[in-house]
Write a protein that binds this ligand. Structure first.
Ligand SMILES: [Zn+2]
Length: 383
């Protein structure tokens, strides 16, 4: 039996439907559909329009998910920057701001910046704070998702075990969900661009290298939120380069942004940041292009093993170094197609991200909306 929450779940695909459509889709009587729609209309979660299509008399009313009923506050926090936004209930960003910050200044400083920015965005958009339905935050390290506490994050001094939701609820007393930023990028890319792909891996290639995995249409976090740590798998290309994690020869230590910049400098090129690398490659610098393609091959070698293990239908390449263009992707493809089993690569697609630097905030909103509009939660709300 379709409860009001399940009726809403049906409408959340964004397609407008008539009462007759909903009756057919759910098997509910017209009068039951009418009663449930009335409850959803009253709560503001569904709005009503005119189809203009006559069904033998007056036009049939159309009902559609009201994505602007509430807003979700979101942030994707990296090591040195953050994307802060307001998103609607479809996950779409309605107002976005980019900030420079330093994750190493600790949770009090960073979270206070986010809260201030959300207040500013609400004010600029003329949205009342009581319309905030939830908060979603992505952080650059492992997070215990159930509690919202970072779990031994290597680049985040002062954050280990910190109660992020409790801090945010001082300002916004709503559900606060926290996850690793790459997990949220995978969720965002999946929901906004590839909702029909049940098995995908998103790889973020920036200063570090990490992955988020969608398995059976759902985010795969692993036992303690540590899944997808691609950067600290040992690279195939032999190396004793020390890594930030304490090991040597990790993929990140030879193919991450810092490693690529160091290789370029040793070739006499001026490269400090990821945007320096992207700039050199885009300007057609041959050495920079070769180094980036080689990094792609290194990443592809490790991904080839993941392809055999996980059998994704899609690999999405994202992160600031993905902006350098086709050479990185070409190197990745080269290794994967050479090293993976033919059956696993038969229909495998390897593509650039469609959501770009908004993937994380779209994913953060999706995570929150999945929880607050979960059918049983909606049903309790409407009683
Ligand atoms: Zn490492």
């Amino acid at each position: 039996v379709a409860s009001p929450g399940q009726l809403l779940l049906l409408l959340r695909d964004g397609k407008p439907r008539t009462r007759a459509d909903l009756s057919t889709a759910t098997g509910l009587s017209r009068s039951t559909v009418r009663a449930r729609l009335d409850a959803l209309l009253l709560a503001g979660l569904v709005s009503e329009g005119d189809s203009g299509v006559s069904t033998g008399g007056r036009p049939a009313d159309l009902f559609v998910f009201n994505t602007r009923a509430r807003v979700v506050l979101t942030a994707e926090v990296g090591a040195t920057h953050a994307v802060v936004a307001l998103n609607d209930l479809s996950g779409t960003p309605v107002s976005v701001q980019r900030l420079s910050l330093d994750i190493a200044t600790g949770p009090e400083v960073v979270l206070t910046r986010l809260v201030q920015q959300w207040h500013d965005l609400l004010e600029e958009s003329g949205i009342a704070p009581n319309l905030v339905a939830g908060v979603g935050i992505g952080l650059p390290g492992p997070v215990e998702h159930a509690s919202g506490r970072p779990n031994n994050p290597p680049i985040m001094p002062g954050w280990n075990g910190y109660d992020v939701p409790a801090r945010i609820r001082i300002d916004f007393d709503v559900p606060v969900l926290v996850d690793n930023e790459v997990n949220l990028m995978a969720l965002g890319e999946h929901s906004a661009a590839y909702a029909d792909m049940d098995h995908l891996i998103l790889v973020k290639i920036a200063t570090g290298i990490g992955a988020g995995m969608i398995s059976n249409g759902r985010l795969h976090r692993g036992a303690v939120g540590a899944a997808g740590d691609l950067g600290h798998i040992r690279a195939h290309r032999a190396s004793d380069t020390p890594c930030s994690c304490g090991n040597t020869g990790c993929l990140e230590a030879i193919a991450g942004g810092s490693a690529i910049a160091a290789t370029l400098r040793s070739n006499g090129l001026d490269a400090q940041t990821n945007s320096d690398i992207v700039g050199l490659v885009r300007d057609g610098n041959v050495v920079a292009g070769q180094v980036l393609r080689e990094a792609g091959r290194d990443i592809g070698d490790v991904l080839a093993a993941c392809v055999n293990m996980f059998n994704p239908a899609l690999i999405v390449i994202s992160g600031s170094l993905a902006q350098a263009g086709e050479l990185l992707l070409a190197g990745i493809r080269e290794s994967i197609y050479r090293r993976s089993l033919p059956l696993a690569t038969e229909n495998l697609r390897i593509v650039h991200s469609k959501t770009g630097d908004q993937a994380g905030i779209i994913g953060a909103a999706t995570m929150v909306v999945q929880q607050i509009l979960e059918p049983s939660t909606v049903d309790r709300l409407l009683v």
